[in-house]
Design a protein around this ligand. Structure first.
Ligand code: DON
Length: 615
């Protein structure tokens, strides 16, 4: 093997800019030595204050790591959002929301104070978190901690374990939390034995994580509950969105207002030194550095979040979305017909009614605003009979976008417009989502290929205007555009040289790569011309020629297959040469006709390119 050149070595060493940014944060904030390691739980006091790790997980499942991202530490209060989400999904929103409030308390995490209804202010302060552990205990009894551990593990994408020493230390020193537990019990928020519930709470706080785990857990929150590394839907989107809501208002305790004002990313801290930040639809961040400020938040972790938010302008309330980029092409079938080669009477009908079929090719993520924009653009021009929404470049759909799209289909049904979708598979998640709201509507069709969708709509237009497409019709050679202008004698001469052949549906008439030895004139039925990779170049019906390019070159790159039973006149090229010699004028007319057909095809191809490249 050749050793890599110095140039390629340099390329391998290249770093994504986001990784370089995290490197800089690690270097810059390592100099920050303020704060104190928590020691109210004696075991926590043993943490090494020099440890510093930052990890960022993207929603496509990439995990950046700088510094001490594999050092285990206890999750502490960062367990609270996950156990709240678990309680919502396990006991139901009604039960959980009836027991625990969602208002910020403005108090420190361990405040012994309930709201005016004698319920915890929110699930992020200890009172609310202990109430959540109590709810899980109600549902799972002695299995409550194990149930929580398994849920936390699904968020992290690996089996998490407990730090028994921290658990024992916290249990010994946890009287303040016991006081909160008794307060909750006397107010009937806790129904079970206080000691058992506190054991669950202390254990869940003592689960060991790394900065990497926290980043993945945060990314799962940012990703509507789907772990971006394992792909598992860990919790329902409802539970996740409500969890992020309380993280936004109360995740940083009596620093929460300032935090959301300055940083604008839902977050949660733990006295073990961890900070978890989840920016919806963007990223999850986990940092570990044990020295805490007076609110109990990691000093360096806060700096990292502030830097990330300000450097990349990630404040979640500082967003915009320009819906006008959602339509990449918008046209009718006048200049952009299907690849079906039409006979003159069909062409005339389609030319007169080309505005009946409107095609909108959409791109990107279909959001609420984008679908709204599309519906207004559609309404801004005269009503078509058919509208094709091509979704092959649509990367994703939000629920709001899918719902608005379904409502648009209903509106179009009211106006008797048929909707045709292309570029979306029925097995896809997006299709299933749209179908949630399209029950009972009858104006919806789908074809995976845009060309097939356009062809179908064209057929409907032809039918509606009296041009029935009769696939059983038998045509004469005189109707062939390639033979236009030939005299009856010339046509008879050509006919005499050919052999009439019959083909079964699905039969391959000629294969790609074969030398082109004959011309074919389709007399009845339909065939299609297809590249070996399945792309359909054209559909031909009776009256059309194929392999006509054999007049110019000998090898062809496409297959020709019958769609339905077909008959064709096969004229071997060798015979055609004799015909040309005997009828030079006819030979010249055929070449002129071929040039005209190619020019027409080129116009169509150029128009398609123009439509897609127009800004
Ligand atoms: O309740 C406690 O004391 C701890 N086990 C958790 C507290 C905590 O992490 C507060 N957050 N910054």
């Amino acid at each position: 093997m050749k050793p890599p050149s110095s140039e390629s070595t340099a390329w391998i060493a290249s770093k994504p800019p986001l990784l370089r940014f995290l490197d800089r944060c690690l270097a810059d904030f390592s100099a920050e030595t303020g704060g104190n390691v928590a020691d109210y739980i004696p075991e926590l006091g043993k943490a090494d204050p020099a440890h510093f790790g930052i990890s960022l997980a993207t929603l496509d499942g990439h995990v950046y790591e700088v510094g001490d991202t594999r050092i285990p530490f206890t999750i502490q209060s960062m367990s609270k959002p996950f156990v709240f989400a678990l309680a919502l999904d396990t006991l139901g929103a009604g039960r959980v929301e009836g027991a625990i409030g969602v208002e910020p308390s403005g108090d420190p995490f361990n405040s012994i104070r309930l709201n005016a209804d004698n319920h915890p202010f929110n699930p992020m302060v200890n009172a609310g978190a202990i109430a959540c552990s109590g709810l899980i205990h109600e549902a799972k009894g002695d299995g409550a901690y194990e149930y929580i551990r398994q849920a936390l593990s699904r968020f992290a994408g690996r089996e998490l374990e407990i730090d028994e020493a921290v658990y024992a230390s916290e249990s010994v020193s946890g009287d303040r939390n016991r006081a909160i537990g008794y307060l909750l019990r006397t107010n009937a928020v806790l129904k079970d034995n206080v000691a058992s519930v506190l054991e669950v709470y202390f254990r869940q706080c003592s689960v060991l994580v790394t900065a990497r785990d926290i980043a993945i857990m945060a990314a799962t929150l940012a990703n509507r509950g789907v772990n971006p590394v394992t792909g598992e839907q860990v919790m329902t989107p409802y539970a996740i969105s409500r969890t992020l809501s309380v993280m936004t208002s109360s995740g940083m305790y009596d620093y929460a207002g300032e935090w959301i004002y300055r940083v604008g990313i839902p977050a949660k801290s733990g006295v073990g030194g961890g900070i978890l930040a989840a920016l919806p639809a963007r990223l999850g961040l986990g940092s570990y550095s044990p020295k805490l400020d007076k609110h109990g938040n990691s000093v360096r972790g806060i700096k990292v979040c502030e830097a990330l938010s300000s450097h990349y302008d990630l404040h979640m309330l500082n967003r915009s979305d320009d819906a006008r980029h959602s339509i990449i092409a918008d046209y009718n079938i006048g200049k952009n017909p299907s690849r079906r080669v039409r006979r003159p009477h069909e062409q005339n009908i389609l030319a007169a009614h080309h505005r009946d079929v409107r095609v909108m090719e959409l791109v990107g993520t279909l959001t609420f605003s984008k679908v709204d924009y599309v519906s207004r653009e559609l309404a801004a021009k005269p009503r078509p009979q058919f509208v094709i929404f091509d979704l092959r470049r649509v990367a994703a759909m939000t629920r709001a976008g899918a719902r608005l799209l379904a409502e648009e289909f209903r509106e179009l049904e009211l106006h008797r417009v048929t909707v045709i979708l292309s570029g979306i598979r029925r097995s896809s998640a997006d299709w299933k989502m749209i179908r949630e709201w399209t029950g009972g509507i009858s104006n919806l069709r789908d074809f995976y290929l845009l060309d097939a969708a356009i062809e179908w709509a064209e057929d409907q237009v032809v039918y509606r205007h009296g041009g029935a497409i009769d696939f059983h019709e038998v045509t004469e050679l005189s109707e062939q555009p390639l033979l236009a202008g030939l005299t009856p004698e010339e046509l008879a001469g050509l006919n005499a040289l050919g052999t009439l052949r019959s083909y079964r549906p699905g039969e391959k008439i000629v294969a790609a790569g074969e030398p082109a030895a004959s011309l074919f004139f389709l007399m009845s039925g339909a065939v299609h011309v297809t590249l070996p990779d399945g792309i359909r170049l054209a559909t031909l019906t009776a009256g059309m020629a194929f392999r006509e390019m054999a007049l110019l070159e000998s090898h062809r790159s496409a297959d020709v297959l019958t769609d339905r039973a077909a008959t064709a006149l096969e004229v071997p090229l060798s015979e055609y040469q004799h015909f040309r010699e005997a009828h030079p004028r006819a030979g010249e007319k055929i070449m002129r006709n071929l040039a005209q057909l190619l020019a027409d095809r080129l116009i169509v191809a150029n128009t398609k390119v123009d439509v897609l490249t127009a800004s």
